[in-house]
Design a binder for this molecule. Structure first.
Ligand SMILES: *Cc1c(COP(=O)(O)O)cnc(C)c1O
Length: 407
């Protein structure tokens, strides 16, 4: 993997922020986009912008082919069995809400259980809280180990024949933990439950094979994987999707509409109401080409190396606390500097051109478990370098001196 060649593909990286070269380490929130993605979307708008599935005119056909072509690219990217199992959504959040509403609320009742973990992003937590409240089902948590991992023995104790749904992040956006979702899916299935995987932090960073994971649903967002905002994917097993009612209704998702009743299109269109994000699908397809060419295995190895290097350099800084496991993790490093609020740390780093996230990262229950109100987080992607990790460590040292002086 030639990082310099890769970096050349990302126009936004070549700028100064606050007088210093930009060091973009907020990829967990959203990634940057390569030229190919930006240009593919520009081409769509300049050359064949049109609505899909309706017109029989030439541009409409070109747009429809591009949109459905993007679906086939996604299918191959995650190794789904069929494009009927690939639904375009607004993003991970909408994909998970679709499962919670269309599958959860329809299949849960009093006495049933939904099992999640305390490390879930709010997008994989609140839809389940709401589904449980609406149906009388009980929300249960697999406990976290002190290093921010889960233990399969705890999964076996928590998941019971009363469990109908197990929902879990494949990779934590705070701790970097990679969860053993394949093994958890097996336990869920042994108990008659379905397995929902939040793939927002895994699909961009490692090779995904939904059939190998044997999960029932898998959700991810384009904007964290070099693609545009406004589009994401819900993968679902066909047999489950076929028995689900649509989450949204309206134009495009119907077959026959009468005054008092209607029928739906077949999969996957049953779940795609209204005008879909067409340019974004074109952009996502281009992002998938880009990532596939670099190779997801290469990306994963590179980011794991960056994370290992960051853990090594940051551990050396006096007064730093680093959260999450030291092994088997993605390229996310979350930390706090003793006596300094994460927001202040992030603000000082920004004056040096270093962009890191500070806050609760949409994981308030996890912050409480860590015993903090906020953390700083550096998250890496394929274009980040070891030199940038060194700049981060230097920046934190400088911030420490600065706060040492003012404290
Ligand atoms: C970002 C993220 C989400 C939400 O993704 P959206 O694109 O905002 O819908 C869900 N889960 C995890 C783990 C995330 O990192």
């Amino acid at each position: 993997m030639d990082i310099e060649t890769i970096r050349e593909q990302f126009p936004i990286l070549h700028q100064e922020v606050n007088g210093a070269p930009l060091v973009y380490l907020d990829n967990g929130a959203t990634s940057q986009k390569p030229k190919a993605v930006i240009e593919a979307m520009e081409r769509y708008y300049k050359e064949y912008n049109s609505n899909i599935h309706r017109g029989v005119h030439t541009l409409g056909t070109l747009a429809t082919d591009a949109y459905e072509g993007a679906r086939e690219k996604v299918r191959r990217f995650i190794n789904a069995g069929s494009t009927e199992e690939v639904i375009f959504t607004r993003g991970t959040t909408t994909a998970l809400n679709t499962v919670a509403y269309s599958y959860g609320r329809a299949n849960l009742k009093e006495g049933d259980e939904v099992v999640i973990t305390p490390m879930e992003h709010h997008a994989n937590l609140i839809p389940w809280q709401q589904a449980c409240k609406a149906t009388g089902a009980t929300l249960k948590y697999i406990p976290l180990q002190s290093d921010g991992t889960i233990d399969l023995d705890d999964v076996r104790k928590t998941v019971t024949p009363r469990t109908k749904i197990v929902a879990m992040a494949h990779a934590s956006n705070v701790l970097g933990t990679i969860n053993p979702v394949k093994e958890v899916a097996k336990i869920a299935h042994e108990n008659g439950a379905v397995m929902v995987v939040d793939g927002a932090q895994s699909a961009p960073h490692m090779k995904i094979d939904v059939r190998d994971l044997d999960c029932d649903f898998y959700a991810f967002s384009s904007h964290k994987m070099a693609g545009p905002t406004g589009i994401g994917v819900l993968y679902g097993k066909k047999a489950l999707l076929e028995n689900m009612e649509p989450f949204e209704t309206g134009g495009e998702m119907i077959d026959f509409v009468d005054l008092y009743d209607s029928t739906w299109k077949e999969l996957p269109w049953k779940f795609e109401a209204g005008t879909m994000p067409i340019a974004e699908a074109v952009g996502l397809a281009s992002a998938i080409d880009f990532l596939t060419e670099v190779g997801l295995e290469n990306i994963h190895v590179h980011e794991t190396e960056l994370a290992r290097y960051a853990l090594e350099l940051l551990s050396d800084i006096d007064g730093i606390e680093i959260y999450g496991p030291m092994e088997n993790r993605v390229g996310i490093v979350t930390f706090n500097l003793k006596g300094v609020h994460a927001h202040d740390l992030s603000t000082i780093l920004d004056t040096m051109g270093i962009a890191v996230r500070a806050g609760h990262h949409c994981c308030q229950p996890l912050m409480r478990w860590l015993g903090v109100s906020a953390t700083a987080r550096a998250s890496f992607y394929l274009y980040n370098t070891k030199a940038e990790v060194e700049k981060l460590a230097d920046g934190i040292r400088k911030a420490k001196e600065y706060f040492g002086d003012v404290l």
